[in-house]
Design a binder for this molecule. Structure first.
Ligand code: ZN
Length: 279
C-alpha cells in the first residue's frame, strides 16, 4: 500500500517535472554561461567593488552564484519575466528605448539595467533592496549579451522556433542558451580557461567601451547571423536542421559574447561601487 502510494507520488512528481521542463521557456544563458561570466567578472573587480559585492550578497555567495538567482526566482518575483529581454525586430539597425517600456511584454532589459544600477549606487537604500538589485544587475548584463535576448523574429527570441540541432529537437533560443556551449564543453574550469585566454590587454581595451544601449545593438546584429542558416544562407524556420556548420559559424560569437559580458559586468560594478566608502 505504502509502496504503491510512494510509487504513485514519484510518478506524479516525475511527470510534473517533465511537463514543466518541456513547457518551460528558456530565459537566459543557461547556468553555465551565467556562471562563467560571473567568474570572469570576479577576476576583474577592483578591491573596492569586491568588498562592496561581498557586503551585499549573502555570506559566501559568489558572483557566479548570484548570476543565476534571477532565473531561479523568476516565478517568485512577479512580473520579472520581461526584464530579461527586449524584442527588437531583426531588420532594425540599432536598439532604441522605444522598443522597450510602452509594451511591457516586449521586454525592458535596458531600462531595468539602468534602474538597478541607480538603486545600487544609492547607499541610503536598505541592504535587501540593494542585494536584489545586485543579483538582477549581474544577471541582466549577462542576458543582454545573449543575441536572442535582443534580436527576434516574431518568435519570442527563438523560443517558438523548434529546430533540430545535431538531430536533437530543441529551439533556437535554447540552442544559444546552452546547446551550443555545452556541446563545446561541459567543464566549467576548462571553459573559464578559454575565456581567460581571450583576455589580452587589446581585447579588454576593445571590450571596455560603449554603453548598455550599444551592447544591445551588438546583440541585435549577432542575432541576424544567429537566424541565418550558414548551410543555405536562408533564414532559420521551424523544422530547420542545423549541425556542424552552424556550430562552427556561431560558437566563436557565443564565446565572444560570454567574454564581453564578464568583462563588462566587472566594468559596470567597478563604476557603481567607485564611490563606496573604503571598508
Ligand atoms: Zn535571464
Amino acid at each position: 500500500m505504502m509502496d504503491s502510494m510512494r510509487k504513485f507520488r514519484l510518478t506524479v512528481l516525475v511527470t510534473a517535472w517533465l511537463a514543466a521542463s518541456a513547457a518551460s521557456t528558456a530565459w537566459a544563458w543557461g547556468p553555465l554561461g551565467h556562471r562563467l561570466a560571473g567568474k570572469l567578472a570576479e577576476k576583474h573587480l577592483t578591491p573596492q567593488a569586491k568588498a562592496a559585492v561581498a557586503e551585499l550578497l549573502e555570506p559566501g555567495e559568489t558572483l557566479a552564484e548570484a548570476s543565476t538567482w534571477a532565473d531561479e526566482h523568476r516565478r517568485d518575483v512577479k512580473g520579472s519575466g520581461p526584464w530579461h529581454y527586449v524584442d527588437v525586430p531583426l531588420d532594425q539597425d540599432h536598439y532604441a528605448d522605444r522598443f522597450a517600456g510602452n509594451v511591457p511584454e516586449k521586454g525592458d532589459i535596458v531600462p531595468k539595467i539602468r534602474e538597478f544600477r541607480a538603486i545600487l549606487k544609492d547607499r541610503r537604500r536598505p541592504l535587501a533592496e540593494r542585494r536584489f538589485a545586485l543579483r538582477f544587475l549581474v544577471h541582466l548584463v549577462e542576458d543582454l549579451h545573449m543575441p536572442l535576448h535582443v534580436g527576434e523574429n516574431h518568435d519570442r527570441g527563438g523560443n517558438d522556433t523548434q529546430i533540430q540541432f545535431f538531430d536533437q529537437g530543441t529551439n533556437l533560443h535554447r540552442l544559444w542558451d546552452s546547446d551550443m556551449i555545452l556541446r563545446a564543453g561541459t567543464d566549467e574550469g576548462k571553459w573559464l580557461d578559454v575565456l581567460v585566454a581571450m583576455d589580452t590587454p587589446e581585447a579588454r581595451a576593445r571590450t571596455m567601451s560603449g554603453r548598455v544601449e550599444d551592447w544591445a545593438t551588438e546583440s541585435l546584429r549577432a542575432a541576424r547571423k544567429a537566424y541565418s542558416n550558414p548551410a543555405t544562407g536562408r533564414m532559420i524556420r521551424k523544422g530547420t536542421k542545423l549541425g556542424e556548420r552552424y556550430q562552427q559559424a556561431n560558437l566563436p560569437v557565443a564565446r565572444r559574447r560570454l567574454y564581453q559580458s564578464g568583462i563588462r559586468l566587472a566594468m559596470v560594478l567597478n563604476e557603481v561601487f567607485a564611490d563606496e566608502p573604503k571598508q
